[in-house]
Design a protein around this ligand. Structure first.
Ligand code: ZN
Length: 330
């Protein structure tokens, strides 16, 4: 009898303790994660003179890809830059899991030993970062060199400009935590919005509504929802005066039908949550300057770039969260 109870007790203990210990091993807080990443970037900067924000920008780009794509594994370590076994060990290397620096080099693999343990481990954060740093060093440590290195690596203009934007954001704000968001209109004004993403559109042929319309009075300030780079500013016949901002997670925030832009706002500049970028208007649906064809509102859209293509997703749930959070922080 005692034996049986003892067995059940052991089993219970195992059930109760195990999941929490697994949880503790795998899950580190976002804050800890950012701290660890920053430590690795700065350590690499000290060793190579490559600015930490270049390394951070590439890593963040890769991280966003891995979180938005199903064909590549989710990030496991602290660093998200990824090498295939072929790239790491060399395509002709008979040992695709090779960690020997000598034979990897012999087979033209890129793998390096960053933490000095004598092994080039494809899944070790420091080894991965040292390998990418080594690649960048072939070009140099300034903006123009970095741009060329990115182009040779990714062969996609949009990817190069997205990563350059991230580097600028990190450099400007001096930190990795740039995830803060805010509702696009200040809460002191009246506004209303419904979930209309995906609805059919009447004007301009067969299109779906790629956003949420926030109705408010003409001229109510429109603010950046995020830390980001002004990627687009200008007129188009559907959206009127519009602004596009790319945030740190490859998400593009689109503001349309504006009454105008904030005077100082320039293409390529950095913005932060709550910064005024323009006003609510009714511009669009015609040649430049057309206005007043519909009640004033902010058309707000969100798009995700996954390194190959970009698609619209529903901003409504995010707007709801940001509005609630702004009310709480008021
Ligand atoms: Zn709209």
């Amino acid at each position: 009898m005692f034996k049986k109870w003892f067995f059940i007790l052991c089993l219970l203990t195992a059930i109760i303790i195990k999941p929490s210990s697994i949880f503790a091993e795998q899950k580190i807080s976002d804050e800890e994660m950012l701290k660890k990443r920053m430590e690795l970037f700065q350590k690499m900067e000290a060793a190579t003179q490559i600015p930490w924000y270049y390394l951070a920008a590439v890593d963040q780009y890769e991280r966003s890809l891995r979180l938005s794509r199903k064909d590549i594994p989710e990030p496991k370590g602290v660093i998200s830059i990824r090498y295939t076994t072929e790239e790491w060990s060399g395509a002709e290397n008979p040992n695709q899991d090779d960690q020997n620096k000598g034979s990897i080099a012999l087979f033209n693999g890129v793998g390096k030993d960053g933490n000095g343990d004598g092994k080039a481990d494809r899944l070790n954060d420091e080894d991965i970062l040292a390998t990418f740093a080594d690649y960048l060093l072939q070009f140099g440590v300034y903006d123009d060199n970095f741009r060329i290195a990115l182009w040779k690596h990714y062969k996609r203009d949009k990817t190069v400009s997205i990563i350059m934007g991230k580097a600028k954001l990190y450099k400007t704000y001096g930190k990795l935590d740039l995830n803060q968001k805010t509702f696009p209109l200040p809460l002191g004004h009246n506004f209303s919005y419904n979930n209309t993403w995906g609805d059919a559109r009447g004007w301009g042929g067969r299109r779906i509504h790629e956003g949420t319309d926030i109705f408010a009075d003409y001229g109510v300030p429109v603010r950046s929802t995020c830390y980001g780079i002004v990627e687009m500013k200008g007129w188009n016949r559907y959206g009127g005066w519009r602004i596009g901002i790319r945030d740190i997670n490859n998400t593009y925030h689109y503001f349309a039908h504006l009454s105008g832009f904030s005077k100082e706002l320039k293409l390529g500049q950095t913005v932060e949550p709550g910064m005024k970028i323009g006003g609510v208007g009714s511009s669009g649906y015609g040649p430049p300057g057309t206005s007043g064809k519909f009640p004033p509102h902010l058309h707000y859209g969100m798009y995700k770039d996954n390194g190959r293509t970009e698609w619209s997703f529903d901003p409504y749930p995010y707007l709801k969260i940001w509005e609630r959070q702004d009310r709480k922080n008021r």
